[in-house]
Design a protein around this ligand. Structure first.
Ligand code: NAP
Length: 320
């Protein structure tokens, strides 16, 4: 463990050892905790700086099964947290600053405590990249979205924007034409990074208009987004588009910095799984968007949490 993490140089006291320690409190982390606690494994979640994860930043969730009328993202996460607590999970709203997976039991250090665990589930998720335009944060979940599958149906018969030129941007633009009247793709270069097949599909879609060498400068609105300002970087011409929403699809960053040097990553920087949900280290598992860059849904993250919990339970039983 790196010594520089603690500025006071004091050795932290071991507060408690747990059977399972889950890092991250999104759908994957909470679901894993519900399963491990219910299996009578003493479970601690260290929630991180945004307990509830990405869903705390969304509004209505219409596609999580079990909620016929939809549910607000924060309410869904609060309910999952209460369910985990009812099963006996201890939840600490603190941030993990270092881990030591080289020896067993594993050590997990937060700003204030050190914990030990026989098994760890990493459920730290991924963070969508931001374009950095003025108004992006202000209108997040009020017209600015980072997930077309989640929010596309809220933009029926509207004119909207997709930012990006990769496969995700093309996939989202094509998907969004099911709902929107028109989709503007804003890309900073004069050619796409997306694969040929995705490019061909997007170019063949009459509802998609491309704006090349263009950046988004500002997102404006009242209650919700109603206009964006764009700039052509070759001419410096500035224009406005009257749009109801903007989908940012410029990639995600998996939240894996903590584990560098200890866990194997795949070519895209996501945690690589070796055996079902187990990482290269026996006893350390991963669940949700931190290893899955394909599906990225609350329900798939929850499902991965369930799988990791079952794998952990089996691992702990076999160790004994
Ligand atoms: P990506 O391939 O990294 O593409 C990101 C796009 O966003 C690029 O066009 C990039 O522009 C642009 N971009 C990055 N930062 C930006 C910024 N600050 N401002 C404006 N534009 C910015 O990410 P991705 O599309 O999410 O794909 C990730 C991986 O998943 C890729 O390997 C991809 O092939 C795969 N994927 C596959 C599928 C599929 O096959 N159906 C679907 C989704 C994703 P530049 O081109 O100028 O760098």
């Amino acid at each position: 463990m790196q010594a520089e993490v603690r500025s006071d140089n004091k050795k932290p006291e071991i507060r408690k050892k747990f059977d399972v320690l889950i890092i991250g409190a999104g759908p994957a982390g909470y679901t894993a905790a519900i399963y491990t606690s219910r299996a009578k494994r003493e479970t601690l979640i260290i929630s991180g700086i945004l307990p509830g994860g990405q869903l705390m930043l969304t509004t209505e969730v219409e596609n999580f099964p079990g909620f016929a009328k939809g549910i607000m993202g924060p309410e869904l996460m609060t309910t999952m947290r209460e369910q985990a607590e009812r099963m006996g999970t201890t939840i600490i709203d603190d941030e993990v600053v270092n881990v030591d997976f080289r020896h067993k039991p594993f050590k997990i250090l937060t700003y204030s405590e050190e914990y030990e665990a026989d098994a760890v589930i990493i459920a730290t998720g991924a963070t969508p990249r931001k374009i950095g335009a003025k108004g992006e944060q202000e209108f997040s979940a009020r017209g600015v979205s980072y997930c077309a599958t989640c929010d596309g149906p809220f933009f029926k018969n509207q004119e909207i924007v997709v930012a990006g030129g990769g496969d995700s941007a093309m996939e989202e633009a094509i998907f969004l034409t099911k709902f929107a009247n028109k989709v503007h793709v804003i890309h900073r270069k004069d050619k796409l990074r997306a694969s040929k097949v995705m490019q061909d599909r997007a170019f063949g879609n009459q509802k998609i208009q491309f704006h090349w060498n263009t950046v988004i400068e500002e997102i404006k609105g009242n209650q919700k987004v109603n206009q964006i300002t764009i700039k052509d970087t070759t001419t410096n011409n500035v224009n406005t588009l009257e749009v109801g929403g903007i989908f940012v699809a410029i990639g995600h960053e998996p939240n894996t910095k903590l584990f560098q040097g200890q866990i194997d990553f795949d070519a895209n920087g996501y945690i690589a799984l070796k055996n079902h949900t187990q990482t290269n280290i026996e006893g350390v598992f991963a669940a949700g968007d931190v290893h899955d860059h394909r599906y990225r849904q609350a329900i798939t993250a929850a499902a991965f949490g369930c799988m990791a919990a079952i794998d952990v339970d089996k691992y702990l039983a076999e160790r004994k």
